[in-house]
Design a binder for this molecule. Structure first.
Ligand code: SF4
Length: 414
């Protein structure tokens, strides 16, 4: 498959015949390109940071082919063909929530509680125990916000999980939950995050960021933590020497400059702490929520967004696409537009994507399927743990059933 855009072709299987440096040099030799795009390409080739205005310019003027060349250059400088995934499962304590975010397809207000679920500590630990003996490395805990899930509850949950299975990495909750439970407990963020760490929390996922700028945040997620509070909680966590991820919910009512403003704030914090591992652009999906009248972004816009994120977020090691959210095919394409991580071998333990109208209604993929998905587009599949330590390099792994000889049994003739 080939995407043609202006003068540039991006082969999905990276078979253009030129290496990534030569592709950028070809752009620089193009006299038809605007001075702004020439300057940005020059900066990328020399490892220089682009400015806020240049980020907005890319969104407003750059074509997909151009962006793909630059993003792929950076991706291959950082990771070569390596593409990461992990084996994890989701634990979603509740889909009931005290908040009412307009884009949320997942939560139910407390007054609609017959449509939701709220698990007890015992039920949650039973879910964890279901994975005993399975080669998962991480439990990803996230859900709605309810008063009964407070500091004491989550501390006890993290401790119980680590006592049961010390090797399972606990990646849990977002600043939305932390802000709520710390406020209720009347403790500051620094104290709260220290308590969570002592209880067994090992990293924070990227959710709850949405769009930081109040102009947008107040329209789509007005009561939960502000953008600044989200950043402050991650900063306190990083100060403890711990790692986290960051997301951006794009493609709804925000303008391009709101996206750049969001990325700029993350880039600034990362300069100070270095605690972020991965940036995850999240596509707004419009089913079953209060923003169903807002059209979704196209696949082209999704790929442009991944590429600009890769170019802008120069101090983030990884750009991740959730295959369960954007479809397997778009996830494969994204690997040529700056993405180097496509998340995990989900086993339908999460409802977050399907309830928002994602193509994958029961998102589940085996390790073999995920590895093949990556290999089909000429990349190398690496299973990682949460902190990007290599668990298995699948370059030379042959799966069991492929070892069997493929032949028909012939009848024995005397
Ligand atoms: S996005 Fe999160 S905080 Fe907002 S309503 Fe949904 S579950 Fe609640």
């Amino acid at each position: 498959m080939i995407f043609k855009s202006a003068h540039y072709c991006i082969f999905v299987q990276n078979k253009s015949g030129m290496n990534t440096t030569e592709q950028v040099e070809k752009i620089l030799a193009d006299t038809n390109l605007s001075t702004e795009l020439q300057n940005i390409a020059h900066k990328v080739l020399h490892g220089e940071r682009i400015t806020f205005d240049e980020g907005v310019y890319l969104y407003e003027h750059a074509e997909l082919g151009y962006l793909g060349v630059l993003a792929n250059f950076i991706r291959e400088q950082k990771h070569g063909d390596k593409t990461y995934f992990n084996r994890n499962f989701h634990l979603e304590p509740t889909n009931l929530c005290v908040y009412d975010c307009k884009f949320c397809s997942y939560s139910r207000l407390i007054k609609q509680k017959e449509e939701g679920w709220a698990l007890t500590m015992e039920q949650m630990l039973d879910i964890v125990k279901k994975y005993d003996g399975e080669p998962v490395t991480e439990v990803h805990i996230v859900g709605g916000v309810l008063p009964q899930y407070d500091v004491a509850f989550y501390s006890a949950l993290f401790t119980a999980i680590k006592q049961h299975r010390p090797d399972l990495h606990v990646k849990a909750l977002t600043p939305v939950e932390y802000h709520y439970i710390f406020k209720k407990a009347k403790i500051d963020y620094a104290t709260g995050m220290r308590l969570m760490k002592e209880a067994g929390l090992e990293s924070i996922p990227g959710g709850g960021a949405e769009i930081f700028h109040p102009e947008i945040r107040e329209q789509i997620a007005k009561d939960k933590c502000t953008g600044q509070q989200w950043l402050d909680i991650h900063e306190e966590w990083h100060k403890l020497g711990m790692r986290s991820n960051a997301t951006m919910l794009y493609g709804h009512i925000e303008k391009y400059w709101h996206r750049v403003d969001h990325m700029e704030k993350l880039r600034e914090l990362q300069d100070r702490t270095g605690g972020f591992q991965t940036f995850i652009p999240l596509k707004f999906r419009n089913q079953h929520n209060q923003m169903s009248n807002v059209p979704e972004s196209s696949v082209i816009e999704d790929l442009r967004n991944y590429a600009i994120a890769r170019i802008y977020m120069d101090n983030f090691d990884h750009i991740k696409a959730y295959w369960a959210m954007i479809s397997r095919e778009t996830a494969q394409l994204s690997l040529n537009y700056g993405v180097d991580d496509i998340d995990g071998t989900l086993d339908d333990t999460t409802k977050i994507y399907s309830m928002a109208g994602a193509e994958e209604q029961t998102p589940a993929m085996s390790t073999k399927e995920l590895v093949n998905l990556i290999k089909q587009v000429g990349r190398k599949a690496i299973e990682r743990d949460t902190l990007y330590n290599v668990v298995t390099d699948f370059e030379h792994v042959v799966f069991e059933e492929e070892k069997k000889p493929q032949y028909y049994k012939l009848p024995v003739v005397n």
